[in-house]
Design a binder for this molecule. Sequence first.
Ligand code: GCB
Length: 600
Amino acid sequence: MKRIITALTFSALFSASFAQEIPQLGNVLNREKTSLNGAWNYIVDVQEEGYYDYRMNPTSWGFFLNAKPQRPEDLIEYDFDKAPQMTIPSDWNTKDEKLFFYEGTVWFKKSFNYTKKQGKRAILYFGAVNYESYVYLNGKKLGRHEGGFTAFNYDVTDFIKDGENFVIVKVDNKRKAQNVPTQIFDWWNYGGITRDVYIIETDEVFVENYNFDLNKANKNQIFFSVNLNKKTAGKNVEISIPELKIKQTFSSDRNGVISGVLNVKNLTLWSDENPKLYGVEIKLGTAVLKDEIGFRTIETEGKKLLLNGKPIFLRGICLHEEKPNGGGRANSVEDAKQLLSWVKELGCNFVRLAHYPHNEYMVREAERQGILVWSEIPVYWTIAWENPGTLLNAKRQLSDMIARDQNRANVIIWSIANETPHGQARETFLSQLSEYAKSLDSTRLISMAMEVTSAANYHNKLQDNMNKYVDVISFNQYIGWYRDVNDAPKMTWEIPYNKPVIISEFGGGAKYGYHGEKNQRWTEEFQENLYKENVAMLDKIDGLAGTTPWILKDFRSPRRVLNGIQDYYNMKGLFSDKGEKKKSFYIMKDWYEKKKQDWR
Ligand code: GCB
């Protein structure tokens, strides 16, 4: 059984001075809540004037005070209510054309009416804010959060009022060397409040998070664990799974934890072919938290990957969290459905959600559709390996990612890094991350996208000291793009570890509708040929358990500046940004069709 994941320890360590930050609540989508999505006013603050002014005149100036002139002669040089509005959640880059390339500070304000409810706690929740945020309620600081793709929440019961309230968030997406990710990365640094904002209403004692796991050794047993927000003994929690005729009451221990085993019969296991979910209800007092949970096992055996004890081949694809058609950051069921419809057309049963945790809609929709998930934290390329704060930050992002998705049956791999240059400091850092991930969740597999470093005489040998810290060996290779495509047929591969192998990236760029000879860069024919050569080569890799080519659709990146071809898009998509299929799509689709037949 694994430990239930709450981010408590890390919240405490990481932002010790802000007492109101509480562990991330699980299953936020199904809780009683008021949405703060919608129109927010915003002020672009290139020079951090919002702070500077506060230092000059702390009684009235800091932007977070939302001050208004009291007398005609009062000087206040900002006014949120006269500032433009932006729909939240979103990213400022695609919502305001003046901010397309902007990386810096923007202040956001939302006023809202609230009626306090007797005996209820109010928790202010942010699904994600990229990258650093300072949050204030009615002029009082709640806390600071770092990391652009994970959720955080504050208990605001003592800060919220009856009647009008205002939340102000200072968002800063400037790149910094010690950040996770660091300064250089190959995707758009979409800034803003990019996921949902809610006030969640709970009882005084409430279920903070929970997990349910199938016992690997006995598929008639489900382990479960429920965490209350308070260390209170003797609280009764009723667990029901009506379809399995389970309805049992358990009592909390003195740590406010309820754990046990549910005995079940004739369980239908969740799989890519039959994504069966069971309605689960967790009742504490009159509060009922509902979820839909699937039960399955995921393990390795030598070079095999076993889902529910049976070998599986992962027919995957990488994707970024980006709306189709230049629309910026994705964050809705509709976005998820659109992107996953392309994934399905390709014949996939697996997605690598690169290179950071994606929104909850995506993971849940994939789960409903029987699509397995690789979920990753943005430890990408060169990280400040020797900076203790960077490690703490990466660990926090890891525990928050796990805390949110620990009940999703489709998530089978936690990835701790992508393409990190070898060295002692990197290994010290990553081995700690891996051990930490295992200590939080022993039921899933750990991996990371490695690189092949030696390729002498067309012999590729993977050598990475991190091999012992992962359950699945994954690596990226770009033969045909960053290396000559004619090399592909000559290549031999040696992966000297007795673990399943996933090729976590391969591919090359093409502009949809641009045609020519197969040796002409950027044509669909070039990319098509690259895919043909690659799949033929991949078939020769011993222990190949899956592939996730790079990438589902073209996506925005500031690195990709070739005019007339890239225009700030990475063009390696099998689909264009508008969803047009390039020729390479059909190569991959056919190959996956064969894999599906072969692995039946
Ligand atoms: C990689 C990176 C990915 C890039 C890709 C590329 O190896 O992992 O983030 O976008 O290559 O297009 O070069």
